[in-house]
Write a protein that binds this ligand. Structure first.
Ligand SMILES: [Zn+2]
Length: 392
């Protein structure tokens, strides 16, 4: 079995069957000798592949780390502010149905209290078990502070609002790691930004007016964002026309950047006013807005996942080594792998004389990849393994 295996590693499809038959004939008597000698023969077959598979001397070892996962042209995060009940009852099922993961920013104390006096409007919040269900489905739970205060106001206990809310959410949602933050009232300042950087990987800012999104809040996030603790988001509101929010998303796509949307209420026609968040969007409109980036080929993922991808991508070093009969490759970002756990997409040029290849980790396990015939597309966890790419 092993003989056939190694043969298939080094033979192209055309010559495989002929060679296999030939070598099985030659090696047949080896079945009668002790195991040790069989192993030796297998090694000889393995290290001496046909000359035709030697990597050409002028081969260009080209490798590229993808800007966004899967070489998507842009990224998008769907985020929710506050944690009102409609986000669980109306928005969450739509995301599940489409198959995308969102980020739910919860105001920790308000979730615990169940009702929120939002400037005179009483709103029902989702409860802890609703939030746990959302998290268990793979969506992100982030912090929207403890009490939903303006964190730029004097006298605010930043430690309590930032660290306290994170700890409180994690205490009430077993197994959930709260990693990113969203600014209440879309307000942050130097002091609060610096405090947030101690407890979170990144933070989401934004505005509900398209003109403010562009002119006051920094516009479309650069890549990487100039400040990972105030990544600009567009609040999608009832007042916006379809062409308006589509134009912003198209603009992000053209720049190959990161579209972050911010939602409050979502109305599915069965909820009472007090169960819905501010500025509740009709659920059909909501669906359209979240589907649009999907249809345009964006990589849609949580705010935490995309933040980590950016950090890892920008820290990663790709090394490619010529081993004559195979290519050795490693990707290292030197970051804490317990936190920075995103697979990074990369492409690698394949020698033309290799009709098909196999990609293996250092334990000999196959790593899946895609190819267009010239390039191999592989997703790997940085710092995890030296990868071998061989003809197969
Ligand atoms: Zn809010």
């Amino acid at each position: 079995m092993c003989i056939e295996y190694y043969l298939s590693m080094w033979c192209n499809n055309l010559s495989k069957s002929i060679l296999t038959g030939f070598l099985i004939l030659i090696l047949l008597p080896s079945c009668l000798v002790p195991d040790e000698e069989i192993v030796q023969e297998e090694i000889i077959v393995k290290v001496l592949p046909p000359e035709e598979f030697i990597i050409p001397t002028d081969f260009d070892f080209e490798g590229t780390i993808a800007t966004w996962s899967g070489f998507s042209p842009a990224a998008a995060s769907i985020t929710f502010d506050d944690g009102t009940y409609d986000q669980y009852a109306a928005a969450f099922p739509i995301l599940e149905e489409i198959g995308i993961k969102g980020t739910f920013y919860l105001a920790a104390k308000l979730i615990d209290e169940g009702m929120w006096n939002d400037n005179g409007t009483m709103r029902q919040m989702m409860n802890w078990s609703n939030a746990a269900e959302i998290a268990a489905a793979g969506h992100e739970i982030g912090s929207h502070s403890m009490n939903h205060m303006d964190l730029t106001a004097s006298g605010v206990d930043l430690e309590q609002e930032l660290k306290g809310s994170r700890d409180f959410l994690e205490k009430n949602l077993s197994g959930v790691k709260v990693e990113t933050f969203c600014w209440p009232h879309w307000r942050e300042n130097t002091e609060s930004l610096s405090a947030a950087s101690k407890y979170y990987l990144s933070g989401r800012s934004g505005n509900g007016l398209i003109s403010y999104y562009y002119k006051r809040k920094g516009g479309i996030p650069s890549n990487p964002p100039s400040d990972m603790y105030k990544v600009n988001a567009l609040g999608i509101l009832i007042s916006q026309e379809e062409e308006q929010w589509k134009a912003v998303i198209d603009d992000v796509l053209e720049k190959g950047s990161w579209f972050v949307s911010s939602y409050h209420g979502v109305d599915n026609g069965t909820l009472s006013d007090s169960q819905m968040g501010w500025n509740a969007l009709n659920d059909k409109v909501f669906r359209k807005t979240v589907l649009y980036p999907v249809e345009k080929g964006f990589w849609v993922d949580t705010f935490a996942h995309i933040s980590k991808y950016i950090y890892q991508r920008d820290a990663a070093v790709l090394s490619i080594r010529n081993r004559k009969y195979f290519i050795e490759m490693s990707l290292d970002d030197q970051m804490d792998d317990k936190i920075y756990d995103q697979k990074i997409s990369l492409s690698l040029k394949k020698p033309e004389n290799w009709p098909t290849v196999i990609v293996l980790d250092n334990m000999g396990r196959e790593i899946p990849f895609k190819t267009d015939g010239t390039l191999l597309f592989i997703d790997i966890l940085p710092d995890s393994s030296v990868i071998e790419i061989k003809p197969y």
